[in-house]
Design a protein around this ligand. Structure first.
Ligand SMILES: [Zn+2]
Length: 427
């Protein structure tokens, strides 16, 4: 493999406290050197003037749908979509068919990703067998096979006893338990946020308190057990406040938000638009503002997409019957740049941290930095290039996005995995 020299870019590497003009030399799949005026030698040179050179972006919450739901997405199409979107690694949720609750399924995903994946794939194993919430899955076997966390995502861990056990056992392996916080009894079949819009549309509401209760329970259990809980796709202001307080008390809790929860509110459901149906649902403007504040003040650790492809045949049905979820890889970085950095909410440094070193630390993977010696995973960003969301050109197998037609400023232009260019927006 040839050496690659990224010249004259603004290098942003929060883990190493770097933000300034520098060159980055990649060699033999690793970061070789970061510094001023590195001589090209025999390297292929890419001029990055006016661009941001960052550690590879990581999406710690995607649904690749393989094995078992390949009409929605596959490891091949999902990782190609990730590469085109600026991500060098994804962590995939276990709600496949069969559920990733054993060594054999984890190995199948790892092997498929090695053969057909365009970016790195880190499997997340199920907390419970079959995600049924009854008994713990084979955690040790899955970690051996490459699982980086446990989650029953798609479902909450309903039993507090099981959550306690998961938080105790997961400490043996040093991995987090990621919870999808939804008190199913309180949600009671709700299909969108409970509020004025649900009332107007006559749709059953999914109240924010159903999320808050589980977030607070999980924080209490993390404090009690000393385990690490990570709150998936946090959508309410109150949950953000609970996490903020718990962090002050040194509880091992981390959390992520999705771009759709900081970009949209339940008004986006409009007239029964199923592309605005997700779980947790789009919330109120007060919640959206509270999430933005929590992104700005450091309460939120990561931005993750919850990329959830569904076939049009599944989404083109009555609102109440449609499945929850939207695709999110391609829009995540442009939405975050435009609505957070260009809007003056956060700095570039903070944005890069939310997508790189923080998710890497949560998942315990060696990534998210440009430290010499680490794998040469790099995301190059053009801060000013216009990005128009067009579902007809998506690399995903599915097209369920509420952002079609949005014009955003800023996007990735080059994705490099292990020193190899996997996507160049100009080619
Ligand atoms: Zn979920």
């Amino acid at each position: 493999m040839k050496q690659l020299l990224l010249k004259n870019g603004r290098v942003i590497d929060p883990a190493n406290g770097i933000d300034g003009q520098a060159d980055v030399l990649l060699e033999k799949g690793k970061v070789q050197k970061v510094g001023a005026r590195i001589s090209p030698g025999g390297a292929d040179v890419i001029d990055c003037k006016g661009l941001l050179v960052c550690p590879g972006f990581i999406d710690m919450h995607v649904h690749l749908r393989e094995p078992g739901q390949e009409w929605k997405e596959t490891i091949e199409t999902g990782t190609r979509c990730a590469a085109h979107s600026g991500f060098t690694a994804v962590a995939c949720m276990p709600n496949t068919t069969p559920v990733n609750d054993s060594r054999s399924v984890t190995e199948l995903i790892v092997n498929a990703a090695r053969e057909r994946g365009m970016v790195r794939v880190h499997p997340i194993g199920a907390v419970s067998k079959g995600q049924k919430g009854e008994e713990l899955a084979e955690m040790s076997d899955m970690v051996d096979a490459g699982a980086v966390a446990f989650s029953d995502d798609g479902h909450p861990v309903r039993s507090s006893l099981l959550m306690r056990k998961a938080l105790e056992y997961s400490q043996i392996f040093g991995v987090p338990v990621i919870d999808h916080c939804e008190d199913r009894e309180l949600v009671d079949g709700g299909v969108m946020n409970e509020g004025d819009v649900s009332t107007r549309l006559g749709l059953k509401g999914w109240p924010s308190v159903a999320e808050d209760i589980l977030v607070q329970r999980d924080i209490l259990l993390a404090e009690y057990t000393g385990g690490h809980v990570h709150i998936a796709h946090m959508s309410t202001g109150k949950a953000a406040e609970f996490v903020r307080r718990a962090k002050k008390q040194k509880v091992k809790v981390t959390c992520e938000v999705t771009p759709h929860h900081f970009a949209l509110t339940d008004e986006a459901v409009g007239e029964f638009d199923t592309d605005a149906k997700m779980n947790p649902p789009l919330r109120s403007e007060a919640d959206r503002k509270a999430l933005i504040k929590a992104i700005a003040d450091g309460t939120i650790d990561a931005i993750a997409t919850d990329h959830a492809p569904h076939h049009p045949d599944e989404k083109c049905v009555e609102f109440a019957c449609a499945p929850f979820g939207i695709i999110g890889l391609e829009t995540a970085i442009p939405l975050s740049i435009d609505l957070l950095v260009h809007a003056g909410v956060i700095s570039w440094d903070r944005l890069v941290e939310l997508f790189t070193v923080n998710p890497a630390r949560i998942l315990g993977i060696e990534a998210g930095t440009l430290t010499p010696g680490v794998a040469a995973d790099v995301t190059v960003i053009d801060p000013d290039r216009e990005f128009v969301v067009d579902k007809s050109t998506t690399e995903s197998k599915s097209v369920n996005t509420p952002f079609h037609g949005w014009k955003l400023r800023g996007c990735s232009v080059l994705t490099i995995v292990g020193g190899r260019i996997v996507h160049n927006r100009d080619e």
